[in-house]
Design a binder for this molecule. Structure first.
Ligand SMILES: *[C@@H]1O[C@H](CO)[C@@H](O)[C@H](O)[C@H]1NC(C)=O
Ligand SMILES: *[C@@H]1O[C@H](CO)[C@@H](O)[C@H](O)[C@H]1NC(C)=O
Ligand SMILES: *[C@@H]1O[C@H](CO)[C@@H](O)[C@H](O)[C@H]1NC(C)=O
Length: 458
């Protein structure tokens, strides 16, 4: 009797809750909505945080129809290697969502990916730097600028369209390490305005993001023996630690986690060495933030299958902190983790006790000059910044695999035009250099400052 009553109650409840449309969420931890999908759809488990209503035979057939028009920078992105790009042909090797994780030949991870390897010098960034040099007449300055062109910097894949350039980069890199930034999360940059991206969860973002990740994965699998190091989604998880009071972040937190886990699981099948972005000392290093941050990162690592290719965390991406400050900048008062070394040395044991022996890479590309900000949270085109320590594996810290340059110095952080859709007040603030173009566009005056203020000098 009891069981029959319960079944009847469940049936009654099921008719009350509305069914979920295609691409919508239908399950996951903390999810309280309907588990029922519209007719013709089934609720497909993506990971612990996210299940989604998909057509049973959903395929990735819609990929690579996107144009580059959504990106302000992509039209200038065509690199000299673009003649080898494969464009839409990569999509034919793509599998349906989820099954990309079931590849047969899974590579083996071998510790610090940087050990004993050379790093490919991004041709795209070098071309920007040479163009910058061409605008300068002073021969001493020209010589300094040319040195920047030979320092390896990460290549950002901040739109789906740019994935078409990846096969060319892989071929050009050969046996050297190709360094990429995976940066196209839906509802990107949820607490700020300057770097909002092309995808939103409200508009198929979860599925399109999977296509973006599948495209990167397929290109790497098709290449011969490349070593790829990837920074995963700058600022995304950090915003979930500190900015859930902003509904633009809290409303997508489970989807953020689901998408990042998908990226980690899928890229691991191609043997990509991954470092998840972990903000910086002045963000997650604060006493109130560091422990929740460690918990979140360890949870993501575990949820993504604890692959050894999920090597660790990237800190200070596009920021300005010192690796080891000579003395604490006054703006760091109240935070004993006043530089990246203190932050990493505090965070690593917390992760280890949660089951993840994470390693780190640190972006010091714009960290040459210290004590240049009036508030630690200021991040946009900071005046007085200079290029910092050059990439090396000689880090002096066993937690740190390599010092790297992730942010291509000279590419703008965000526009100072108050009428622009992506205007963020940080980019018009007291510490920001103005006038500044849109995020990602070349900012010549800022680049020249980085060159002139470089420490070590170029
Ligand atoms: C949101 O994140 C920024 C870093 O981007 C941080 O400076 C700020 O304090 C955070 N806001 C809140 C309310 O925690
Ligand atoms: C600022 O942005 C507005 C709106 O997009 C545009 O009309 C205007 O030309 C821009 N101003 C400058 C100086 O770029
Ligand atoms: C971002 O844009 C919104 C909408 O235009 C605006 O209300 C908000 O103040 C902006 N945020 C910042 C930090 O500039």
């Amino acid at each position: 009797m009891k069981a029959a009553f319960a079944a009847a109650l469940l049936a009654a409840l099921a008719t009350q809750v509305s069914a979920v449309a295609e691409w919508g969420q239908c399950g996951g931890l903390n999810y309280a909505g309907s588990n029922t999908c519209d007719a013709g759809l089934s609720c497909v488990y993506s990971n612990d945080w996210y299940s989604q209503c998909l057509k049973s035979t959903s395929s990735a057939a819609t990929s690579s129809t996107k144009t580059s028009s959504t990106s302000s920078t992509s039209s200038t992105r065509a690199s000299s290697t673009s003649s080898t790009r494969v464009s839409s042909s990569t999509s034919s090797t793509k599998t349906t969502s989820g099954s990309a994780q079931a590849s047969s030949a899974v590579p083996t991870a071998s510790g610090n990916p940087y050990t004993g390897k050379s790093v490919w010098n991004s041709e795209y960034y070098a071309s920007e730097v040479y163009a910058a040099a061409a605008l300068v007449t002073d021969t001493a300055l020209k010589a300094k600028i040319s040195k920047v062109a030979s320092i390896p910097t990460f290549t950002w894949f901040d739109t789906m369209a740019k994935v078409a350039d990846l096969p060319g980069y892989l071929q050009a890199a050969g046996s050297s390490i190709l360094q990429i930034v995976v940066y196209d999360l839906p509802n990107r940059d949820c607490h700020a305005n300057a770097s909002n991206g092309e995808l939103t969860y409200a508009n198929n973002g979860a599925a399109l993001y999977q296509q973006y990740i599948d495209g990167i994965t397929a290109a790497i699998k098709a290449s011969s023996g490349s070593t790829v190091v990837a920074v995963i989604e700058p600022d995304s998880l950090a915003n979930l630690v500190t900015n859930l009071s902003d509904s633009r972040c809290s409303s997508v937190q489970d989807q953020y986690k689901a998408s990042v886990v998908y990226a980690l699981k899928t890229l691991a099948t191609a043997g990509v060495y991954m470092y998840i972005d972990a903000g910086h000392a002045g963000w997650l290093g604060w006493p109130a933030n560091i422990s929740p941050a460690a918990t979140l990162f360890a949870q993501i690592y575990t949820s993504a299958g604890s692959s050894p290719f999920i090597r660790g965390l990237a800190t200070n991406v596009a920021n300005y902190n010192a690796l080891t400050a000579a003395s604490p900048d006054p703006i760091t008062s109240g935070n004993s983790n006043y530089d990246e070394t203190h932050y990493i040395n505090a965070l690593a044991p917390m992760l280890a006790s949660s089951g993840w022996n994470a390693q780190f890479i640190v972006d010091l590309g714009r960290s040459g000059k210290q004590n240049i900000r009036t508030a630690w949270g200021n991040w946009c085109n900071i005046k007085g910044a200079g290029f910092g320590l050059h990439p090396t594996t000689n880090t002096g810290n066993s937690y740190i695999d390599a010092i790297v340059w992730v942010k291509p110095g000279g590419e703008c952080d965000g526009t100072s035009n108050t009428s622009a859709v992506r205007y963020d007040s940080m980019c018009g603030g007291v510490d920001a250099k103005v006038p500044a173009p849109e995020a990602g566009q070349w900012f010549q005056d800022y680049f020249l400052d980085l060159v002139n203020n470089a420490d070590p000098a170029l």
